[in-house]
Design a protein around this ligand. Structure first.
Ligand SMILES: Cc1cc2nc3c(=O)[nH]c(=O)nc-3n(C[C@H](O)[C@H](O)[C@H](O)COP(=O)(O)O)c2cc1C
Length: 195
Protein backbone atom coordinates (compact mmCIF):
# COMPACT_ATOMS: atom_id res chain seq x y z
CA UNK A 1 0.00 0.00 0.00
CA UNK A 2 2.03 2.98 -1.26
CA UNK A 3 -0.23 5.75 0.03
CA UNK A 4 -0.77 5.74 3.79
CA UNK A 5 -4.22 4.30 4.52
CA UNK A 6 -7.09 5.60 6.56
CA UNK A 7 -7.95 3.11 9.28
CA UNK A 8 -11.65 2.30 9.58
CA UNK A 9 -12.72 0.52 12.76
CA UNK A 10 -16.18 -1.00 13.01
CA UNK A 11 -17.49 -1.93 16.46
CA UNK A 12 -20.65 -3.63 17.60
CA UNK A 13 -23.19 -0.82 17.57
CA UNK A 14 -26.18 -0.51 15.32
CA UNK A 15 -25.38 1.30 12.06
CA UNK A 16 -23.38 -1.07 9.85
CA UNK A 17 -24.68 0.94 6.89
CA UNK A 18 -22.55 3.86 8.13
CA UNK A 19 -19.44 1.66 8.13
CA UNK A 20 -20.04 0.29 4.65
CA UNK A 21 -20.75 3.74 3.24
CA UNK A 22 -17.63 5.12 4.92
CA UNK A 23 -15.45 2.54 3.16
CA UNK A 24 -17.25 3.19 -0.14
CA UNK A 25 -16.77 6.97 0.13
CA UNK A 26 -13.04 6.58 0.86
CA UNK A 27 -12.61 4.19 -2.08
CA UNK A 28 -14.56 6.54 -4.36
CA UNK A 29 -11.91 9.15 -3.56
CA UNK A 30 -9.21 6.57 -4.36
CA UNK A 31 -8.02 6.55 -0.75
CA UNK A 32 -6.72 3.22 0.59
CA UNK A 33 -8.44 1.68 3.60
CA UNK A 34 -7.23 -0.53 6.44
CA UNK A 35 -10.37 -2.07 7.92
CA UNK A 36 -10.78 -3.75 11.29
CA UNK A 37 -14.13 -5.14 12.44
CA UNK A 38 -15.05 -6.73 15.77
CA UNK A 39 -16.85 -10.08 15.93
CA UNK A 40 -20.05 -8.46 17.21
CA UNK A 41 -19.91 -5.86 14.45
CA UNK A 42 -19.55 -8.55 11.78
CA UNK A 43 -22.75 -10.17 13.09
CA UNK A 44 -24.61 -6.85 13.05
CA UNK A 45 -23.28 -6.24 9.51
CA UNK A 46 -24.95 -9.45 8.31
CA UNK A 47 -28.13 -8.74 10.25
CA UNK A 48 -28.62 -5.10 9.26
CA UNK A 49 -27.27 -5.15 5.70
CA UNK A 50 -28.33 -8.63 4.62
CA UNK A 51 -24.88 -9.34 3.20
CA UNK A 52 -21.86 -10.77 4.96
CA UNK A 53 -18.74 -8.75 5.57
CA UNK A 54 -16.86 -11.31 3.43
CA UNK A 55 -19.13 -10.55 0.47
CA UNK A 56 -18.40 -6.83 0.71
CA UNK A 57 -14.67 -7.48 1.17
CA UNK A 58 -14.72 -9.57 -2.02
CA UNK A 59 -16.26 -6.64 -3.92
CA UNK A 60 -13.67 -4.17 -2.59
CA UNK A 61 -10.73 -6.47 -3.28
CA UNK A 62 -7.16 -5.32 -2.69
CA UNK A 63 -8.18 -1.72 -2.13
CA UNK A 64 -9.18 -2.68 1.41
CA UNK A 65 -6.74 -4.40 3.77
CA UNK A 66 -8.81 -6.31 6.30
CA UNK A 67 -7.71 -7.21 9.82
CA UNK A 68 -10.10 -8.96 12.24
CA UNK A 69 -10.24 -6.95 15.46
CA UNK A 70 -9.70 -10.04 17.61
CA UNK A 71 -6.33 -10.77 15.95
CA UNK A 72 -3.73 -8.38 17.34
CA UNK A 73 -0.76 -8.96 15.01
CA UNK A 74 -1.31 -6.42 12.22
CA UNK A 75 0.54 -3.33 10.98
CA UNK A 76 -2.03 -0.93 12.47
CA UNK A 77 -1.13 -2.18 15.98
CA UNK A 78 2.21 -0.40 15.67
CA UNK A 79 2.91 3.32 15.80
CA UNK A 80 5.77 2.84 13.35
CA UNK A 81 3.23 1.91 10.65
CA UNK A 82 2.14 5.28 9.34
CA UNK A 83 -1.52 5.95 8.65
CA UNK A 84 -3.58 9.05 7.95
CA UNK A 85 -5.68 8.57 11.08
CA UNK A 86 -8.61 6.45 12.11
CA UNK A 87 -12.39 6.58 12.22
CA UNK A 88 -14.48 4.22 14.35
CA UNK A 89 -17.92 3.96 12.76
CA UNK A 90 -20.22 3.03 14.34
CA UNK A 91 -18.58 3.21 17.75
CA UNK A 92 -20.19 1.22 20.57
CA UNK A 93 -20.15 2.50 24.13
CA UNK A 94 -17.98 -0.49 25.05
CA UNK A 95 -15.39 0.64 22.51
CA UNK A 96 -15.69 4.28 23.61
CA UNK A 97 -14.93 3.13 27.17
CA UNK A 98 -12.01 0.95 26.07
CA UNK A 99 -10.43 3.77 24.04
CA UNK A 100 -11.03 6.31 26.81
CA UNK A 101 -9.19 4.08 29.28
CA UNK A 102 -6.45 2.80 26.99
CA UNK A 103 -7.15 -0.88 27.52
CA UNK A 104 -6.03 -1.86 23.99
CA UNK A 105 -7.29 -5.42 24.37
CA UNK A 106 -8.40 -5.68 20.72
CA UNK A 107 -6.71 -4.64 17.49
CA UNK A 108 -9.36 -1.96 17.02
CA UNK A 109 -8.83 -0.33 20.42
CA UNK A 110 -5.05 -0.70 20.08
CA UNK A 111 -5.13 1.05 16.68
CA UNK A 112 -7.12 3.89 18.27
CA UNK A 113 -4.62 4.04 21.13
CA UNK A 114 -1.83 4.29 18.55
CA UNK A 115 -3.56 7.32 17.01
CA UNK A 116 -3.76 8.96 20.44
CA UNK A 117 -0.12 8.33 21.32
CA UNK A 118 1.15 9.33 17.88
CA UNK A 119 -1.00 12.47 17.71
CA UNK A 120 -2.92 11.28 14.64
CA UNK A 121 -6.50 12.13 13.86
CA UNK A 122 -9.07 9.98 15.59
CA UNK A 123 -12.78 10.32 14.85
CA UNK A 124 -15.52 8.43 16.69
CA UNK A 125 -19.09 8.07 15.48
CA UNK A 126 -20.72 6.96 18.75
CA UNK A 127 -24.11 5.23 18.38
CA UNK A 128 -26.24 4.93 21.46
CA UNK A 129 -29.35 6.58 22.80
CA UNK A 130 -30.03 7.75 25.40
CA UNK A 131 -26.53 8.40 26.70
CA UNK A 132 -25.71 7.69 30.35
CA UNK A 133 -23.39 9.83 32.46
CA UNK A 134 -20.71 7.14 32.01
CA UNK A 135 -21.00 7.39 28.21
CA UNK A 136 -20.86 11.18 28.34
CA UNK A 137 -17.88 11.23 30.70
CA UNK A 138 -15.93 8.84 28.48
CA UNK A 139 -16.75 10.90 25.39
CA UNK A 140 -15.76 14.12 27.16
CA UNK A 141 -12.48 12.56 28.26
CA UNK A 142 -11.72 11.69 24.63
CA UNK A 143 -12.86 15.07 23.29
CA UNK A 144 -10.42 16.74 25.69
CA UNK A 145 -7.64 14.64 24.16
CA UNK A 146 -8.49 16.00 20.72
CA UNK A 147 -10.62 13.11 19.52
CA UNK A 148 -13.37 14.32 17.20
CA UNK A 149 -16.76 13.09 18.40
CA UNK A 150 -19.19 13.04 15.46
CA UNK A 151 -22.48 11.38 16.42
CA UNK A 152 -24.66 10.17 13.55
CA UNK A 153 -27.02 13.13 13.73
CA UNK A 154 -28.75 14.11 10.49
CA UNK A 155 -29.35 17.66 9.33
CA UNK A 156 -32.71 18.66 7.94
CA UNK A 157 -31.79 21.89 6.17
CA UNK A 158 -30.93 20.00 2.99
CA UNK A 159 -34.37 18.32 3.03
CA UNK A 160 -33.28 14.67 2.87
CA UNK A 161 -35.74 12.46 1.03
CA UNK A 162 -34.13 9.07 1.61
CA UNK A 163 -32.15 7.15 4.19
CA UNK A 164 -29.25 7.07 1.72
CA UNK A 165 -29.09 10.86 1.82
CA UNK A 166 -29.08 10.86 5.62
CA UNK A 167 -26.31 8.25 5.65
CA UNK A 168 -24.23 10.20 3.13
CA UNK A 169 -24.56 13.38 5.18
CA UNK A 170 -23.61 11.68 8.46
CA UNK A 171 -20.64 9.84 6.97
CA UNK A 172 -19.56 12.90 4.98
CA UNK A 173 -19.43 15.04 8.12
CA UNK A 174 -17.36 12.36 9.88
CA UNK A 175 -14.95 12.12 6.93
CA UNK A 176 -14.48 15.89 7.01
CA UNK A 177 -13.54 15.59 10.68
CA UNK A 178 -11.02 12.94 9.63
CA UNK A 179 -9.46 15.39 7.19
CA UNK A 180 -10.66 13.77 3.98
CA UNK A 181 -10.70 16.43 1.25
CA UNK A 182 -14.29 17.08 0.14
CA UNK A 183 -15.48 14.44 2.59
CA UNK A 184 -18.93 15.99 2.54
CA UNK A 185 -20.40 16.25 -0.98
CA UNK A 186 -21.14 19.88 -1.96
CA UNK A 187 -24.87 19.27 -2.30
CA UNK A 188 -25.10 18.48 1.42
CA UNK A 189 -23.77 21.84 2.59
CA UNK A 190 -26.09 24.40 4.15
CA UNK A 191 -24.67 27.15 1.98
CA UNK A 192 -23.12 26.37 -1.39
CA UNK A 193 -19.54 27.63 -1.42
CA UNK A 194 -18.42 30.19 -3.97
CA UNK A 195 -16.30 28.57 -6.71
C1 LIG B 1 -27.84 -6.16 17.59
C2 LIG B 1 -27.02 -5.38 18.57
C3 LIG B 1 -27.04 -4.02 18.53
C4 LIG B 1 -26.26 -3.26 19.42
N1 LIG B 1 -26.29 -1.91 19.32
C5 LIG B 1 -25.51 -1.19 20.14
C6 LIG B 1 -25.46 0.22 19.97
O1 LIG B 1 -26.11 0.81 19.11
N2 LIG B 1 -24.63 0.92 20.78
C7 LIG B 1 -23.84 0.31 21.73
O2 LIG B 1 -23.09 1.01 22.42
N3 LIG B 1 -23.87 -1.04 21.90
C8 LIG B 1 -24.68 -1.80 21.13
N4 LIG B 1 -24.70 -3.16 21.28
C9 LIG B 1 -23.92 -3.78 22.35
C10 LIG B 1 -22.46 -4.02 21.91
O3 LIG B 1 -22.44 -4.85 20.78
C11 LIG B 1 -21.67 -4.69 23.08
O4 LIG B 1 -21.46 -3.75 24.11
C12 LIG B 1 -20.36 -5.27 22.59
O5 LIG B 1 -19.64 -5.74 23.72
C13 LIG B 1 -19.53 -4.25 21.86
O6 LIG B 1 -18.28 -4.83 21.55
P1 LIG B 1 -17.30 -4.13 20.49
O7 LIG B 1 -17.37 -2.66 20.74
O8 LIG B 1 -15.96 -4.71 20.81
O9 LIG B 1 -17.79 -4.53 19.15
C14 LIG B 1 -25.48 -3.92 20.40
C15 LIG B 1 -25.45 -5.31 20.43
C16 LIG B 1 -26.21 -6.03 19.52
C17 LIG B 1 -26.15 -7.53 19.57
Amino acid sequence: MAVRPFVVGVSGASGAVLARRCVEMLLARELPVALTVTDVAAGIWQDELGTSLSQDLAVWGARVRYYPAEHMPAPIASGSYRTRGMIVVPCSMATVAAIAHGTSTSLLTRAADVCLKEGRRLVLVPRETPLSAIHLENLLRLARLGVRIVPPVPAFYNHPTSLDEVVDFVVGRALEALGVPDGLPASYRYVQEEP
